[in-house]
Design a protein around this ligand. Sequence first.
Ligand code: PLP
Length: 470
Amino acid sequence: MLLGADCPQENQKMVQALNTEDLRKSSLKHNWMLTHDWVRMAEEGDPLLIVEGKGLEVVDSTGNTYLDVNGGYACVNVGYGRTEIADAALAQMQALSFAPQGATAEPVIRFAERLSGLTPGDLSDVWPVTGGSEANETAVNIAKAYHVRNGQPGRYKVISRKGSFHGALGLTTWLGGRSDRADFEPAYPGMVYAPHPNPYACEFGGQTPSECAVRCAQAVEELITLHDPETVAAVIAEPVSSSGYDAAAVPGPEYWPMLREICDRYGVLLIADEVITGFGRTGRWFAVEHWDTVPDIMAIAKGISSAYWPMAATVVTKQVAGAFDEPGQAFDHSPTSAGHPVSAAVALANIDILENESFIDRSAEAGTYLLQRLREIQADHPIVGDVRGLGLLAAVDLVRDRETKERFPKDFELDERLARKFRQRGLILHPRGAIWLTPPLCVTHDEIDRIVDAIDEAVGEVEAEASLVT
Ligand code: PLP
C-alpha cells in the first residue's frame, strides 16, 4: 500500500481513515481521557481525533468540521488558531525555556504586573501556577497559612457550595461536597458545605433571585457561627456557578456583597474561583466586578492563556500578602512549573488579544444575543425549564416536568442522547445536567444561530422520545 506523499489523491482519505482507526484504538488502549468512559467511547467510535482549529471550528482527522461550543473545557477564550500566541511561545522557548533556581524571567514579572493591574481592587500579588485545581489548592493553602501567621492556627475549615467543582487535587477534590467522590474517601478534613444561590432551584424556596441570594448568604453566616468562627479559614465560591444543575445560575445582586460583609465580620477570607468566569467569560474581565466585590484571594486559569499552554494563578490582596512579609515567614509552596516563562509569555500574548480585540465587550454583546435566542426557543419546548446566564456563560436547564421541575430518570441518559444529536448536527457539545454553553468569545451571531437551531432540533427530538418513556 502507498503511504503519505506517494499516495494517490483518491487514496489519501482512506489512508487517513486507517490511521485514524489505529490511533483511535491506541487511544482506547493507552490514553486515559478525562471523564470519559472507555467502553462507551469504543462502542460509539470515539474518541474524535481533532487535527486543527480556527475560531470555534475544529476539523477531525477525516475532514469533518464541528463547532466546539464549549471551547475545550470553557477555556479557549480567544478561539483556536491564533498564531501570534504560538509565536510568543516559540520565541520564549528559544530565548529561555525555564529559569534557574532562585531566578525568574522577564515575561513572568510582566505577567504578574499585568494581572495586578487587571484584577479588581487591591488584588495585587500573583502566584503563577499551571491549572485551576492548583490555583484553588494554592488559594486555600495561602488562606490557612495567613491565619497561622496571624496567630490563629485553629482556622482550617473551608466553606464551599454543594455541587461545585473546584479541582481534582487532594483538597480541591473535596470542595463542593459532590456525591461522586466515594472513590477518594476519606474526605479532606474541615470541609463544610453551603447551599447554592440558584434562583431556579433555591434550596430555601426563595421565590426571587434576591430572596434566594439573601437566604443562601445568611446560611453561610450560620455555618460560620455554628462551626465557631475561630475554626473557619475561608469561604470559596464561583461568582457564577458552572457546575451541573447549577450551571450559569446567576445569584441575586445581594449575594456577593453579603458574602464580603460576612467574611469580614468573622475574619474569614473570601476566595473567588474565577477559573471559568475570569477573562471575559461573563462580559467583564472578572465576574465579581458585576457586584463590585473584591475577594481576598482570586483563583484564575483557563481563559488566562486560552489554554494554548497550561497557565493559572492565585492572586491575593496586599493585606493577605502582608502576612508573609516578615523574614522567615515566606509561604512555603513549590510546584516546579510555578512561574514558567513560556506560560507567562503565552498568557501575555493571549491578554493582548483579549484587550486589542475588545473581547470582553464582545462577550457581553454576544452573550445577550445568545440568551435572547435561547429564550425564543424556550417557549416551544416544555422540557426547557430555565434559560439563564451572564455573558457567554449560559445554560439551558432541562426538566421532565416544568411544573414540578422533576428531572429525567438517569437511565434515560439525557446528556448522552443530546451529545449524540449535537454531534450529528456538527456541534461538539456535551450537556452535564444542564446544556452548558461557554463558546469562545469570538463566537459570531451566525454561529450562535447555528448552535441554537441545533439545540432547538435536538431538544424537540428528545421531547418526542421522552413521551415513549414512562
Ligand atoms: N474551578 C472551576 C470552577 C473549574 O471549572 C475547574 C475545571 O473545570 C477547576 C477549578 C479546575 O481547573 P483545572 O481543570 O485547570 O485544574
